[in-house]
Design a protein around this ligand. Sequence first.
Ligand SMILES: [Fe+2]
Length: 311
Amino acid sequence: MASSVNADFPPGIGMTTTEAPFIEKAQADGKLYIEQPYELYSDENHEAWRRLYARMIPQWEKYANKHFLQGIENLCLNPKRVPLLDDVNQFLNPLTGFRAKPVSGYVPAFLFFDCLRQRDFPTTITVRKLANLDYLPEPDIFHDIAGHVPMHTDRAFADTLVRFGECARTAAIIAQEMPLGEDRVHRLSSIIKAMARFFWFTIEFGLMKHPDGGLRAYGSGLLSSYGELEYSLTSPDVQRYPVQLEWVVNQYFEIDHYQPLLFVVDSFDHLFSLVDELEVWMKDGRLSNVSPGEPAVNEADIASFLEAKIE
Ligand SMILES: [Fe+2]
């Protein structure tokens, strides 16, 4: 709750990426789903948000797809203050049923996708350092709220995320029905890797055809990056190809530099149909031995699928 007073921490102590005592305590206590202790944000946190938001506006107008721009309008974010998730949800929830749900850190793969199925979006609540606005390996509230959530106000996009969550359930059922042994872990790792690659090259870094014949970004990693948004659409060093499922699920990626390879969808209906196809491929075993390489799939990701309770 916004008004809650956190007795353990003084107001304004800061909710800065990798330097937030509130988050450290939540993680030490094993709490993944948390509240957003709004009074702990520092003046520096609000200033970081203000600068990040202000410099993105002209970039969004040039390079963001129209669904995102409509989403920014729909959310009525305050450009000068870190957003309160309850406020965001008041605008978001009536449109698509989605809600931003605060989390303390990494959400194991099945839990993350299953939240999407339930129209909850696990949301990071820390803010990157004011001195380092450009590069951040971890997500922060600017990436999650200004990069992802505007897209969640669009019905076709929101339905695609839900469909993706349903695919994760299908993956859990397939994995739980496999015989025990190393082969099961290998096949499940491969399916999770394929899903993560699909998510990366669409939801995080996707491009979409624009009616004027050019391209615009809908991927949240691009839409929250001041430098990479323009680079992704104008640099001759970026390869931009029509999306192909067989390529995407077998293509590794690295997170510590601008992406050299991006994929283009026609529309969100097109993206939705690709998720349908992904599930068919999963059932047919075509995702069970994809090309090795990034991203790594960790034990918590594997366990999250094998231990998922599917009713
Ligand atoms: Fe993201």
